[in-house]
Every structure is written in structure tokens, then in C-alpha cells.
Ligand binder design. Structure first.
Ligand SMILES: [Zn+2]
Length: 573
């Protein structure tokens, strides 16, 4: 016998089996008992909450040979045919399919004929918000003059996309996300009936992960049963779903609560060592913090929908964190989660975020800077320190040594960039040519096709090609951050390599910032405040041979600190 997925096999057969939607099943059962069945229903709610199942139960209840009854027998021919999808009187239309419009047109023709075998004809239109406006109009005409003995059930996950004219002709029922406790109860029942052995913790974890949808919960149970040996353990579920274990979350939150930065960093290192996923980690931390926040606000009666949080731990954490800390903390983790989508250094992102949480004064700030901005600020501080170092090194030069010598010496001179920005590149005349546009498109396509270059693509694709010449390829950014990031050596190397491959010539990537992002006036790239005294990077000219050895060493050190270099001036004219 062919294998039947659990969620199909255990689809609720009657209103009694419908989990978590009692408000709906009671009303519908009452309508059937009293013979007050409407002509059109609109079932809205998240996926996997029982909309289609309820529609089918209603169809069976109306046509059951023992009915109409709120408890269809599920054994008579009418019930079986509805369950198999072969009933002549129950029509299931998937509005998301291409055939949706044709089916609605057919429906207008067939709807007037009397039911073939049962008492009622039932039309179930799934994902009704996907209908075209033409199809909606056809449907509306039918709903305006509903034939007797016909019931329409429209199901949707996005009720706001259903025209008001349609909504106003339907009785609307809103399906709720099913609570983890309800899902867990149903999983216990299904596992018991299906001979699946599972630890209670494992089922609770599945229920929690299903996020309000019964269908997802049963699918996960199916998957775990297939991949487990004898008994499904919580550990196995975590492995299969790639979840970060609860122990890690507890360990990290305790370290954060104790403001123990070293423990936080060690835990992250151990976690990576164990092959855990950082996105999952942040997600788990966010859920746990939310649970503590709710617990703190409403106490043990809050019914925190998180099995993972033991009462004791919630209480412990609620005693440590002050209420105003939660939102900034959760926001900080959210920002880091966003940044993980494109960063090439996920570990640094997570470390920065969690260390920020260790500092209550930072985490309590009303608006936490995104991790990216924090990283930028860190780089700035670093550069300021370096500048101070180089200034000290220059000050240490003996006064007797000439600070500058004529360019004509043709000896190496030092060029030091004096700001966080790269010196403005000399830009030759450029043109937006057809060839250039093609290279640009090819560059984007090539990067998109290489998953490991995803972060580079994410940055460069926000840029705009604005011209090239035989040596340079110009990209303009409207985001200062993206411009700086793309300009850094690691990305630049990848991009220039690609450009070389596509164009067959060495092209220098020149990144610029769109004017609109800058305050008016200065046409130059922005200069950081640390460079007040020298607004534009100027080469500093020093004749090395004139310096005492110690000063030469100092200079070389300064150059390496600053990522500067020596250039040889043009020879005498
Ligand atoms: Zn029946």
C-alpha cells in the first residue's frame, strides 16, 4: 500500500477533530443543526490552520447519507467520495493555478444545475485572493444571485487581497494560529495511533517549531519518524531541523546577564566548533528573550507559548533584566540577523551583537545602532588611533631633518592617506557605452551565479554603473556604507578579477557616492572629522636618506599601519 503522509491521513474528519478553531466549528455545527447554512463563506487565516479541512467537513456534513449532521459518518459513499476528492457535488478549485479563470467560467455554467447525488453542491475555492479581476467579477455575479442548494467556500491566507464586494457577500470566519499546546496534544494523539514513539520533549519541540500550523507540525513529525531509529528524541529533532540546543541559549543568556564578555565569546566559539548555525542561534535568543519579557510582564499566568523556557529559568532571567532592556536587546539581535544575510563575516556580526547586549547602558539606549553601523564606528575609532600613532611618529622625527625635499631628488617619498576614505581616485573621462552596460550586466549575472560571492553581489547590485574608459569602471552608490564596503580590498579583488575576465582587460573599479547622499557643496568625497587639518589627502614628501635610521624605521612602521605606500616622483624635467 502506498505511503500516506501523516497530515493527509490525519486530516480532521469531523468538527470534533478540528484543533484550535472551536469558535468556528461550534458556529458551523449549530448552523447545520438548525438548517441555517449560508450561501457563501470566507475562511481566512494562516497556512495549515484547517481552512480546507473545515470546508471539506462542511461539505460532508451537508451531504452525508446520515445527515445533514454536524458529525458526518466518514463511511457512507458520499463522505468517502469527498475524502477521496471524487465527489460529483463537491468541487475544489485552486485559484492559484492557471486554470482558475477557466474553472470560474465553467462554474458559472454548471452552478445552475441541481446536485448530482447529494443535497448540496459545494464549491471550495482555495487561495481565492489569487483570482484575476476578471475571475472575481465572474464570481461576484454568481454570488449576487446564488442558486438554491449551492454553498461557496472561499479560503485565503491573504484576506486583504479579496475585493470588498466579494467579502461583503460572505460570512467570514477567521482561523487562528493553533497554540503550541494544542498542536502538541494532537501530535501525541497521532503518534500514539500511528505507532510512532517519541519523547514528550520532542513533540513539544515540533509543536513549537510548526509555528501555529498543524499541517507543518505533522509533516515535521513524519520527517522525524522516517529519520529516527526507534524513538524520536528532542536531540534528533534539533539535528533534523538544524536547531541550536536549549543548553546553548541558557549558557549565553546567563553570560549576557552576568555581563561576562569572555564567557560570551567562548560560548560562540564552542558553538561554531559544534557546527551550529548562527542564524538559528539568534532566532532562539530572540524567542527566549521574548518569553522572558512576556513572563516578566504577565507572570506565570501569561501562558508563554514557549515550551523551551522552563519556569525557573524564566523567573531567573526576569529577575536579572530590567523591563526597558528587552526591546533594545531584541532589536539589536534582529539587526544582526538581518546583517547575517549578506555579511562575509557572520561570526564578527554575532560577536558584536552579543557583546553589545553585555553592556546594559548600550543595550538600554533608545535606538540601538544596527550592528553594521557599530562595526563602522569601531573601524573609525581604530583609524583615529592609527592617526594618533602616525602623528606621534612624525613628531618624533628629528627637527634637523628636512620635512620635505624637492621632488627632483627622485628618491622614494611617503604618501599617507590621512582619512578613513581612500584618496579620491583620479578619474579619466568616462562614457556609458553599450559595451559598458553589457559588462555591468555580465558582472552582476556572474556574481549572482556564484553563491559564495553572495555578499559581494548584495553590495554591488545596489550600485549603478555610470561609465567606463579603457582603464576604469565606475560604479555609483547611494549608500555610503555599501560604497565603503565594496571599496575594500577583499571585494575589490573579486570584482576586478571578474571585470578582467569579462572584458579581457585590466579595469580598475572606481566607487563613488551619489551626490544626493551628501550635504550640498563639497564635491569631494566626504572627509572625516579626524582630518580637519588636512581636508584632502596630500602626499607627504620625505627624503628617506636624510633621516637617521631610527626615524626611517618609524616612518616605515607608520606606512604599514596606515596601509600607505611609497611612490617615486617623476624625474627631473
Ligand atoms: Zn457519511
Amino acid at each position: 500500500m502506498a505511503y500516506v503522509a501523516l497530515y493527509r491521513k490525519w486530516r480532521p474528519g469531523s468538527f470534533r477533530d478540528l484543533v484550535g478553531q472551536e469558535h468556528i466549528s461550534h458556529t458551523l455545527a449549530h448552523a447545520i443543526e438548525t438548517g441555517h447554512v449560508g450561501h457563501a463563506y470566507l475562511f481566512s487565516g494562516p497556512r495549515g490552520t484547517g481552512k480546507t479541512s473545515t470546508a471539506k467537513i462542511l461539505a460532508k456534513a451537508l451531504n452525508c447519507e446520515q445527515g445533514p449532521t454536524p458529525a458526518p459518518c466518514n463511511v457512507c459513499e458520499s463522505c468517502r467520495r469527498v475524502n477521496d476528492g471524487t465527489s460529483m457535488d463537491v468541487f475544489e478549485i485552486d485559484a492559484a493555478s492557471n486554470r482558475g479563470i477557466d474553472e470560474i467560467r465553467d462554474l458559472r455554467e454548471t452552478v445552475k444545475f441541481a446536485p448530482a447525488a447529494g443535497r448540496w453542491k459545494v464549491y471550495i475555492i482555495d487561495e481565492v485572493h489569487m483570482l484575476t479581476s476578471e475571475a472575481f467579477n465572474a464570481l461576484l455575479k454568481t454570488l449576487e444571485e446564488p442558486p438554491a442548494q449551492v454553498v461557496f467556500i472561499l479560503a485565503t491566507t491573504e484576506v486583504h487581497k479579496v475585493p470588498a464586494t466579494i467579502q461583503s457577500r460572505c460570512q467570514r470566519y477567521d482561523f487562528k494560529r493553533i497554540t503550541a499546546a494544542d498542536i502538541e496534544g494532537r501530535l501525541q494523539y497521532v503518534a500514539g495511533e500511528s505507532g510512532i514513539q517519541a519523547e514528550p520533549d520532542a513533540l513539544a519541540l515540533i509543536a513549537h517549531q510548526a509555528d501555529g500550523g498543524m499541517r507543518d507540525a505533522l509533516s515535521i513529525l513524519d520527517q522525524c519518524a522516517a529519520l529516527s531509529d526507534e524513538i524520536i528524541t528532542a536531540e534528533r529533532v534539533r539535528d533534523i531541523l538544524g536547531l541550536v540546543g536549549r543548553d546553548w541559549v541558557v549558557r549565553l543568556l546567563r553570560a549576557i546577564a552576568a555581563q561576562d564578555a569572555a564567557a560570551v565569546l567562548t560560548t560562540i566559539a564552542d558553538l561554531l566548533q559544534a557546527g551550529k548555525d548562527l542564524r538559528q542561534l539568534l532566532g532562539s535568543l530572540i524567542r527566549e528573550l521574548r518569553a522572558v519579557m512576556v513572563y516578566q510582564a504577565a507572570g506565570p499566568l501569561s501562558g508563554v507559548d514557549s515550551f523551551e523556557s522552563s519556569q525557573e529559568f524564566l523567573e531567573e532571567m526576569a529577575g536579572v533584566f530590567s523591563p526597558e532592556r528587552f526591546l533594545p536587546m531584541i532589536r539589536c539581535l534582529h539587526d544582526a540577523l538581518q546583517e547575517l544575510k549578506w555579511t562575509s563575516e557572520p561570526r564578527i556580526t554575532v560577536e558584536t551583537a552579543l557583546l553589545t547586549l553585555c553592556r546594559p547602558e548600550a543595550a538600554a539606549a533608545p535606538l540601538q545602532p544596527p550592528a553594521a553601523a557599530a562595526a563602522d564606528a569601531a573601524r573609525l575609532t581604530q583609524l583615529e588611533t592609527r592617526l594618533a600613532q602616525v602623528a606621534a611618529a612624525l613628531a618624533a622625527l628629528p627637527k634637523t631633518a628636512p620635512a620635505a625635499v624637492p621632488v627632483s631628488t627622485a628618491r622614494p617619498v611617503l604618501r599617507a592617506a590621512m582619512s578613513a576614505e581612500k584618496p579620491a581616485e583620479e578619474t579619466l573621462p568616462v562614457a556609458v557605452t553599450e559595451e559598458g552596460k553589457q559588462i555591468w550586466q555580465k558582472l552582476l549575472a556572474n556574481l549572482r551565479a556564484q553563491p559564495d560571492k553572495g555578499p559581494v553581489y548584495a553590495c554591488i547590485s545596489k550600485g549603478r554603473f555610470c561609465g567606463m574608459n579603457e582603464r576604469q569602471f565606475l560604479i555609483e552608490f547611494s549608500s555610503r556604507f555599501l560604497k565603503l564596503r565594496t571599496d575594500r580590498d577583499d571585494y575589490r579583488m573579486i570584482l576586478e578579477g571578474e571585470l578582467m575576465q569579462i572584458s579581457g582587460q585590466p579595469l580598475q573599479l572606481v566607487c563613488s557616492l551619489a551626490a544626493s547622499d551628501e550635504p550640498p557643496a563639497p564635491p569631494r568625497p566626504p572627509v572625516k572629522k579626524t582630518a580637519k587639518k588636512s581636508p584632502a589627502p596630500q602626499p607627504i614628501q620625505v627624503d628617506m636618506s636624510q633621516l637617521p635610521p631610527q626615524a626611517q624605521q618609524n616612518l616605515e612602521k607608520a606606512v604599514s599601519i596606515l596601509d600607505g605606500d611609497f611612490i617615486t616622483p617623476p624625474s627631473d624635467s
